[in-house]
Design a protein around this ligand. Structure first.
Ligand SMILES: [Zn+2]
Ligand SMILES: [Zn+2]
Length: 316
């Protein structure tokens, strides 16, 4: 199954007619994550083709308003929609009291179990097929980048060999899950006898807001998809340093160093119009050819082989 990533908001700081605020939907098998939830993210979700039901976790990179203010409205809407499934919100210290206080003063009574998890330095969450890892970045306030990384995937099943060993078809799935099976003749077959070499898991890295930092480079090594802060365009790099953000050129350097499959630039300053950003995308290709400047709703699929494909260009 493909991993599908949709940029719901490609701007930063405050919204413009063209761009919403940071929020990225990551669809993993059977579940949906939101990475950041800027103001009016729920409207962006409803405008997209995403279904909100599979949402299980909202990961917030940091507590600047452009990354969190959409949470409160979304929590209320989920109650109005009578959601029953538990929901987890993960973010830096302070997020629990923020959500509790806003909930208290707006008389929010969630129809679902709501859990808020505060992360201090870093943290790994393990799920059935993958991990989600929060790691510290450089933004002047406690801020995380986020890695969504699959566990190594089982190699291809050698069907001929499985036939030869007499493994019935209904037991082959177990072998692919790494478990030994017993054939009707009593022979025990171990996964390594019939499976090819394990494939590395696919990896998506989102920097959140950050100036270029070593930790991002370490985490993004070999990522299939890197979504990088690109607040500033050419000529404004000085602002990137002052504001603890990155320029598109910084992002390209990181992508090049890490050998990522595809680089998405996002969190553009509201000072820029679409024309500026399109020109920057062309210029960025000189530094790193596999780059896309996101628009709202830009959607990328990462197929089973790990190749990234832009399946929707997004809103102009
Ligand atoms: Zn921001
Ligand atoms: Zn910020």
């Amino acid at each position: 199954m493909s991993i599908r990533v949709t940029i719901l908001g490609s701007g930063g700081t405050y919204p413009t007619p063209e761009r919403g605020l940071p929020a990225i939907a990551v669809r993993m098998p059977g579940r949906l994550y939101l990475l950041d939830c800027g103001g009016c993210t729920q409207r962006q979700i409803f405008k997209s083709k995403l279904k909100i039901g599979p949402l299980t976790h909202i990961f917030i990179t940091h507590l600047h308003g452009d990354h969190i203010f959409g949470v409160f409205g979304l929590l209320q809407t989920l109650t109005l929609l009578d959601r029953q499934k538990p929901l987890y919100i993960v973010g830096p210290e302070g997020i629990r009291s923020l959500i509790e206080e806003v909930g208290r003063w707006t008389w929010l009574k969630p129809s679902y179990e709501l859990s808020v998890i505060e992360v201090r330095d870093e943290r790994v969450f393990e799920f059935d097929t993958h991990y989600v890892r929060l790691f510290p970045v450089n933004h002047g306030v406690p801020a995380f980048g986020i890695v969504v990384e699959e566990k190594p995937r089982p190699g291809r099943l050698d069907v001929e060999k499985a036939d030869r060993l007499g493994v019935p078809v209904h037991l082959r799935k177990r072998l692919q899950l790494g478990k030994a099976v017993r054939t009707p003749s009593g022979r025990v077959v171990h996964p390594e006898e019939v499976l090819g070499e394990a494939k590395p898991g696919r990896k998506v890295v989102y920097t959140g807001d950050t100036s270029p930092c070593d930790r991002v480079v370490r985490e993004a090594k070999g990522a299939n998809l890197l979504i990088h802060d690109s607040m500033y365009l050419v000529g404004d790099e000085k602002l990137a340093e002052e504001g603890v953000h990155s320029s598109y050129r910084d992002a390209c350097e990181v992508a090049e160093l890490c050998g990522v499959g595809l680089l998405l630039l996002t969190h553009f300053s509201p000072r820029y119009r679409n024309k500026d950003i399109e020109e920057a995308e062309e210029a960025a290709k000189k530094y790193f050819p596999r780059v896309v400047a996101c628009r709202d709703f830009t959607t990328v699929e990462i197929d089973f082989s790990g190749a990234c494909r832009v399946v929707e260009a997004g809103m102009r």
